[in-house]
Design a protein around this ligand. Structure first.
Ligand SMILES: [Zn+2]
Ligand SMILES: [Zn+2]
Length: 291
């Protein structure tokens, strides 16, 4: 389940999910070292949309197209095809993502802006495609937005094992083509879109707020990976660069999401990734998927 195109509204803004991959039956400790199947099973509301009855979780990789004020803004274009990656599930892939993107009614040349919540391999992949042995931009009419701290982290020591490859095949070609802009971590992108720094998972991570009339939406990026972290915000994810900062950020963003009643779209949430974060005890929340 979970690869069909889905669409939501926040006021007059339309958000469309184009799915690259959704994986089920993942032992939770694979991504959340403090978790186990029993820990997931304590939160029975995660079944069946986000986990199975045996406590294994599901995760999705998706890009979101936000249509607002006559512009199409693409958030986090997934892993991509044909890219050498150390993570076997992402290595040299051949997903039908662009077919799904086209079937959803989009043309790569019509994307005006590409937003990256951060520069992990699963958030920049479709920015480039291989043409005659060279990585060239896919969204040739788009400004591609980056935060300075995120670019610095990608280029600096530490980080993920694929950082150099990601820079070479997915980021440098965009800068070389003159399609890149460095923006502040609280940039107002217009059309009701606004960035907020949500650091910890990576040093320059941002999330995207959507405001339209009275309605509010939030695209998380990777400050949270799975709905069960609403109930277990202390569970770190294996990719969190600064575990303590990521925990503080996760709690702050979840509290804010609950206060605002935002339609939260979890970037890696499976199956029904849009919904509301509601308070469920002290320092804990639950995720109620939108129908
Ligand atoms: Zn990440
Ligand atoms: Zn990710």
């Amino acid at each position: 389940m979970g690869t069909e195109t889905q669409q939501w509204k926040v006021g007059t803004v339309t958000i469309t999910s184009v799915v690259e991959e959704e994986s089920w039956g993942i032992p939770p400790q694979f991504f959340f070292p403090a978790a186990g199947a029993a820990g997931v099973q304590r939160h029975d509301w995660v079944v069946p949309d986000f986990a199975d009855a045996s406590g294994n979780v599901a995760l999705r990789i998706q890009a979101l197209v936000v249509e607002t004020a006559g512009r199409r803004v693409l958030v986090d274009p997934c892993v991509g095809n044909g890219k050498p990656r150390s993570f076997p599930f992402w290595n040299e892939q051949s997903w039908p993502f662009m077919d799904r993107f086209t079937a959803a009614g989009f043309d790569p040349v019509d994307i005006d802006v590409v937003v990256h919540t951060h520069l992990h391999a699963d958030h920049v992949g479709w920015d480039t495609r291989l043409e005659a042995g060279r990585w060239v931009p896919t969204f040739t009419g788009a400004r591609h937005l980056y935060t300075q701290r995120e670019v610095d982290a990608l280029r600096g020591p530490g980080g993920s094992p694929d950082d150099d490859a990601v820079y070479a095949d997915s980021v440098a070609p965009i800068f070389d083509a003159g399609l890149a802009d460095i923006v502040s971590e609280d940039a107002d992108l217009g059309g009701g879109l606004r960035l907020e720094a949500s650091t910890g998972h990576t040093p320059g991570h941002v999330s995207v707020w959507i405001e339209s009339g009275e309605d509010v939406g939030l695209i998380t990026g990777d400050f949270i990976h799975h709905p069960v972290q609403c109930a277990e915000p202390g569970w770190a994810e294996i990719g969190d660069a600064d575990v303590d900062e990521a925990r503080v950020t996760r709690k702050r963003m979840l509290a804010r999401a609950a206060e605002t009643g935002a339609l939260v779209i979890g970037t890696h949430f499976p199956n029904r990734p849009a919904g509301r974060v509601v308070v469920d005890g002290a320092g804990a929340w639950r995720f109620e998927a939108a129908t």
